[in-house]
Design a protein around this ligand. Structure first.
Ligand SMILES: Cc1ncccc1N[C@@H](C)c1ccc2c(c1)OCCO2
Length: 116
């Protein structure tokens, strides 16, 4: 389906803030558990428990490859990453705590972006 130039420009406007938020998430002190896909050799049960793994490097690749059509598609993958973290990790574990901290940060930046 050929996108008109205006539609392409509108899509870029919609996704530009996503790059900015992703830059900040990747640079966050507590991003370390989320930078790369969970290694399923290191965590053999992960693939059984988590049906749809997601991480920041995968989100970055999808953003760069034009997979996200809207900013809400982008937001849904971040929320998936956080839900996976809560599902697999205890709240008071180091990874669990990092996940809650990253989600709180993301949600506040996302609100600023949408609420202007
Ligand atoms: C987000 C997540 N959920 C569940 C399991 C793992 C992870 N992250 C990996 C990178 C990870 C997180 C913490 C680690 C680790 C790897 O390897 C060694 C010890 O600590």
């Amino acid at each position: 389906l050929k996108r008109s130039l205006n539609q392409a420009i509108a899509k870029e406007k919609d996704l530009a803030p996503c790059r900015e938020i992703l830059d900040q998430l990747e640079a966050h002190d507590e991003a370390w558990p989320f930078l790369l896909p969970v290694n399923t050799k290191q965590f053999p049960t992960y693939k059984k428990i988590i049906r749809s793994p997601m991480d920041l490097s995968t989100i970055r690749k999808k953003l760069n490859d034009g997979i996200y059509k809207t900013r809400d598609d982008f937001c849904a993958d971040l929320q998936l990453m956080f839900v996976n973290c809560v599902t697999f990790n205890e709240d008071d574990s180091p990874v669990g705590k990092a996940g809650h901290s990253m989600k709180t940060f993301f949600d506040s930046r996302w609100a600023e972006l949408i609420a202007h």
